[in-house]
Design a protein around this ligand. Structure first.
Ligand SMILES: Cc1ncc(COP(=O)(O)O)c(C=O)c1O
Length: 385
């Protein structure tokens, strides 16, 4: 067997990790193992596979809700990129968030979370957690002292998004991990907005890293998928939660995400470089009221971003055209190239207007030619009064 991953660089692992020629056919690319069950010659072989799979042994399969080789290839690839011992994929980013939190918190426990979170994560925390007897305190995670103050004896974990939606606030993850570990807590990071090419939270002290693989990992907007990575002892209960709550990933989605992850380093570089140019363009434009981008000196977390992320600051940009709701619609409704849509992390640039937030616009910058994107935004802004 060729040794393709140990000690190799990030881009090499994005392509090779978790994948090997199919052992029966020698197919070069990982196939979609479209099967519900796995078949055995003897009762003993079947029993052995069931026992090993339900003890969460990698590579033991008997039923695809519990484990599937296409899903496993993706798990091994992501674990390699995150620098994690193990990973588990699931049906969506929300499946990954929910199964992670519910596997590690129960009745009487308390969770400290960031005050700016993905909307459906908020629904989970606001509407589902109270029914389960799990308490939640929200804090500004860019204020490490506030995080520490929010910890109570029942607190079990801290959960934050590494770059928040929509203000793109970036907390000092290492400082929060230090506080969390000193207080005996799990530190869980949702890294969806940045992805592992730009930030690997486990390297900064987080215990678990969650992704909506739907976004940058897939990169092509054609799959819904989630993944969480960390130590096997922390992943095993999440794998069990994913199985018992029926949140298993589809191998079809995992095939698409596997294909997407192979180009993650290239896409992250291109998207981030485009976003930096667009953020500067917007900031200097007279029809723009303000821009949030952690790569700009005007962003409150510029220094933390530089320390955590290095020279690149991600491909998300939030801004507001002048003129409130009218300015927002004048911009979005005259774009000739970019589509209006709610997702992110796609090679297509996506424009997400938020009328309920006063007309701010979130941009997920893709990998198109930056001159074409700037021309499109210039066109949209020309209709703003
Ligand atoms: C930060 C964050 N976490 C989790 C999710 C949920 O992912 P999914 O839509 O795949 O369930 C999203 C979706 O946009 C997200 O932005």
């Amino acid at each position: 067997m060729r040794q393709r991953t140990e000690g190799r660089g990030f881009a090499t692992r994005a392509i090779h990790a978790g994948e090997r020629p199919d052992p029966t056919t020698h197919a070069h690319k990982t196939p979609i193992y479209a099967t519900a069950t796995f078949a055995f010659d003897t009762a003993g072989e079947k029993e052995d596979a069931v026992d090993r799979a339900l003890a969460w042994e990698p590579g033991a399969y008997f039923y695809s809700r519990t484990g599937n080789p296409t899903n496993r290839a993706l798990e091994e690839k992501i674990a390699s990129l995150e620098g994690a011992e193990d990973a588990v994929v699931s049906a969506s980013g929300m499946a990954a968030v929910a199964s992670t939190l519910l596997a590690h918190l129960g009745s009487g426990d308390h969770l400290v979370v960031g005050d700016e979170l993905f909307a459906i994560t908020k629904v989970l925390l606001d509407e589902d957690f109270p029914r389960r007897g799990i308490g939640v305190s929200r804090v500004d995670t860019t204020d490490v002292a506030a995080v520490e103050t929010a910890i109570i004896p029942a607190t079990r974990a801290i959960f934050l998004e590494t770059s928040t939606n929509p203000r793109l606030r970036i907390a000092d993850l290492a400082a929060i991990a230090e506080v969390g570990h000193r207080r005996g807590l799990l530190v869980i990071a949702d890294n969806t907005f940045l992805g592992p090419a730009l930030l690997r939270p486990l390297e900064h002290g987080a215990d678990l890293v969650v992704h909506a693989a739907t976004k940058y990992l897939s990169g092509h907007g054609d799959a819904v998928s989630g993944v969480v990575s960390g130590a096997k002892a922390l992943i095993d209960p999440i794998r069990q939660q994913t199985d018992t709550f029926g949140q298993a990933a589809s191998p079809f989605s995992s095939f698409l995400v596997l294909r997407g992850v192979r180009t993650l380093p290239l896409r992250s570089r291109a998207g981030s470089d485009n976003a930096a140019a667009i953020a500067s363009f917007l900031e200097s434009h007279p029809k723009v009221a303000w821009v949030h981008y952690p790569g700009l000196d005007s962003h409150p977390d510029r220094a933390v971003a530089r320390r955590l992320l290095g020279e690149r600051a991600g491909a998300m940009v939030t801004f507001q055209p002048r003129g409130g709701l009218q300015g927002m619609a004048a911009f979005t409704d005259h774009l000739a190239l970019c589509d209006i849509g709610v997702s992110l992390g796609d090679i297509h640039t996506l424009v997400y207007p938020r009328p309920k937030d006063g007309g701010i616009i979130r941009l997920s910058i893709g990998c198109e030619d930056v001159e074409d994107l700037i021309a499109d935004f210039e066109l949209g802004l020309s209709f703003v009064d």
